[in-house]
Structures are given as C-alpha cells and as structure tokens.
Design a protein around this ligand. Structure first.
Ligand code: PRP
Length: 174
C-alpha cells in the first residue's frame, strides 16, 4: 500500500489488535477494580486505541483527552511544550495515560513529570505499541500491547504526514 511517497506493508491485523486490547483491558480492570481511574488518552494518535480500550473496561472510570501542545514562548529561544486539555484537579486520582506508541519516550516522560507535579495518587501508562528506543532507555510503561523494533508504523491512529490514521490495521514502512 502506498501513502504519499512511501510503501507500507501490513504488520498487525485489526483482529490481533482487538484481541490484544481485550486482554489489556481485562488486566487494567482487575488492577483498578477498587479504584475509579482517570484515563488520559494523548491526542491525536491514541483516539482509536482509547475508544476501543474504553469499551472493554466496565469498571467506573473517567476519561479526559489531553494533548501536548507546543507554543512559541515569550523568550526568544525555541518552543515550550505543555500538557493541555484537562483542567480539573488530579489530586489523589489514579491516572492511566493512554498512548498509541512510545518511541523515544520523550513525550511520555514530559507528561509523567507534569502529572506528578499535580498531585495524582498514582500514574501508570498503557501503550498499544512500544519501540526499541523506549525499551533501551527503560521508559516505564506498565501495560504494553505490542513490542516493535525501531520501524516506522502507521494506521490505527498513527499517521504519516497526517495520513493513515483512519486505517483499521497497523502497517510498517517497507
Ligand atoms: C506520537 C505518539 C506519542 C509520541 C511518541 O505523537 O502519539 O505521543 O509521538 O513519541 P516519543 O516517544 O518519541 O515521544 P505525535 O507527536 O506524532 O502526535 P500525534 O499523536 O498527533 O500524531
């Protein structure tokens, strides 16, 4: 399959994704059965994973989408990144970050740092995909769907230059 100038090949089928999400969801439900977790899916990539995962989870919970926003700072040098989208207190809450993919781990580290400063009782992460750079750096991700090598993937929320997020399977660049 071609997307813009690149060729892609199917890597993980929708059926495998569905089965994996069912098992991740049941594990999370078990671990949080006595709590009321707040799920924080990180836009844009995680929208599809979050929707499917939330349908598996039946315990009481809250969901609030967040985004890492870059904006030009008032200082002349470069950009500042911050977490936007969730405006209520996180104090005492059990937070579960939902990511489609953890690659270098930089995004997740940034989010973890911000959330810890906001008084959450616990912060864990569920990621559908984790790539080798994050494994090598020991970025902590409690729930992982599939482990990948350092390869470029798209589909199921993940994009190449904005395209391909709508695909129900996951593809890798050939
Ligand atoms: C992707 C993905 C993660 C991040 C992972 O988001 O959804 O948030 O990159 O990469 P890292 O581990 O190297 O930080 P991206 O910034 O591409 O935005 P998007 O979700 O809107 O596509």
């Amino acid at each position: 399959m071609k997307v813009k100038d690149l060729e892609f090949k199917k890597l993980i089928t929708a059926e495998r994704i569905e089965k994996k999400i069912a098992s991740l969801g049941h594990q999370i439900e078990k671990d949080y059965q006595d709590k009321v977790p707040l799920f924080l899916p990180v836009l844009n990539g995680s929208f599809m994973f979050a929707a499917d995962l939330m349908k598996v989870i039946t315990i009481p919970c809250r969901i609030s989408f967040v985004k890492i926003s870059s904006y030009a700072g008032t200082v002349s040098t470069g950009q500042l990144k911050t977490l936007i989208g969730h405006d209520e207190s996180l104090f005492g809450l059990d937070v579960v970050i939902i990511e489609d993919i953890v690659d270098t781990g930089l995004t997740l580290q940034k989010i973890m740092d911000e959330l810890k400063g906001l008084g959450a009782r616990s912060v864990e992460t569920v990621a559908l995909l984790r790539k080798s750079p994050a494994r090598e750096k020991n970025i902590e991700v409690k729930y992982v769907g599939f482990e990948l090598e350092d390869e470029f993937v798209l589909g199921y929320g993940l994009d190449y230059d904005g395209l391909g997020r709508n695909l129900k399977d996951i593809y890798r660049k050939v």
